[in-house]
Design a protein around this ligand. Structure first.
Ligand SMILES: [Zn+2]
Ligand SMILES: [Zn+2]
Length: 347
């Protein structure tokens, strides 16, 4: 009996010893894993350390694949959008020549005919010229050569100095001088050298659409009334040519009036920005700055605004005494570059 008890006690001691040993080993393993984890974490932090890293940077990095996709799709669709603008504008011009012009020549007085011919063609030339210039003119990029520019910031993407009012376009993958926005309808950035062409194109396109909508209103009403009778019984006896005419006139009026409304609103918005001497990007930056200073009881002043009237003169490049330039740049087609002084801060 006693020997059994002794044996049992010996087994229990052995078991306890084994357990203690196992616990020690487990702790050792946990400590090793913990040490490895800390070491890996430290390595990762050392590799990714950046004093500018904040929540926005992390969010930007996470969304980087989405931005990449959007940029590439926009770049590719730019060609489609340009083809669409050219195709739709050509179709409207063709309808005006085939449907609207013969009617004007038959029914209007010689004075009205002259006015329609003069205004219509001048507006068309303006649209074509400014669109061509807006898509072919480079918006302007910072100089690549080494320079002694002081007080300029560095673009994080180009790792190159960028002058004031310059922003990086992720679609063009370049820094753009006085960048306003990247326009898919132009497949080009709107910046310092083509901002005027872009605005002029929007303005003349709106004017052209308004002109077509007003001139074609009577024809649209008649054509629409005729189309409504197509489904009556007995059906009216319209020839294929007449049906094509009705549908073309309705297409012209609906497209022109829709574009006049949408593009007119955009043109007004850009006109308001030009009056304030700021670009679309600066509008957001300046609003934030205005709110920040307002909280401190200070008033924000746009350093690139010369006053409403002078801002327009600078934009159109007409007779600004401060920059010593004279001449009419608008509303006739002009290919001269805008003044460089728009980068200089107002004194
Ligand atoms: Zn850049
Ligand atoms: Zn761009």
């Amino acid at each position: 009996m006693r020997s059994r008890q002794r044996m049992f006690a010996a087994v229990m001691r052995l078991l306890l010893k084994c357990l203690r040993l196992g616990r020690r080993r487990r702790f050792k393993l946990v400590r090793q894993v913990e040490r490895l984890w800390h070491y890996g974490h430290l390595c990762l932090r050392s590799l990714l350390y950046n004093s500018f890293t904040n929540g926005d940077v992390v969010l930007d990095s996470l969304f980087e694949p989405v931005y990449w996709l959007v940029d590439h799709v926009t770049r590719w669709f730019g060609v489609v959008f340009v083809a669409l603008v050219i195709g739709l504008t050509s179709s409207i011009v063709a309808i005006v020549y085939i449907c609207l012009l013969p009617l004007i020549l038959q029914t209007y007085t010689p004075a009205w005919i002259c006015w329609h011919l003069a205004y219509g063609h001048w507006n068309l030339i303006m649209i074509v010229f400014h669109y061509y210039m807006a898509i072919t003119t480079s918006p302007g990029h910072p100089p690549q050569a080494k320079n002694d520019l002081t007080g300029v910031s560095i673009c994080r993407k180009c790792i190159a100095p960028k002058p004031a009012r310059t922003h990086h376009c992720s679609i063009c993958n370049r820094c753009v001088l006085k960048m306003d926005h990247h326009c898919p309808w132009l497949n080009n950035c709107v910046g310092h050298y083509n901002h005027r062409y872009f605005f002029s194109f929007c303005f003349f396109m709106t004017m052209g659409c308004i002109y077509c909508s007003i001139s074609g209103w009577e024809m649209f009403r008649d054509a629409y009334a005729a189309i409504e009778t197509y489904y009556q019984t007995p059906p009216p006896t319209f020839s294929f040519r007449q049906r094509a005419f009705h549908k073309s006139v309705v297409y012209l009026w609906v497209l022109c009036s829709s574009v006049a409304l949408a593009l007119g609103a955009l043109t007004l918005w850009h006109a308001a920005l030009i009056t304030r001497g700021e670009t679309s990007i600066e509008r957001h930056i300046n609003r934030k700055e205005r709110q920040r200073l307002q909280k401190k009881g200070k008033v924000f002043r746009n350093p690139y605004s010369y006053g409403s009237w002078d801002n327009w003169k600078v934009f159109l490049g007409v007779d600004v005494p401060r920059c010593g330039r004279r001449g009419h740049h608008w509303p006739c087609p002009v290919t001269r570059w805008p003044a460089q002084h728009t980068f200089a801060k107002r004194i």
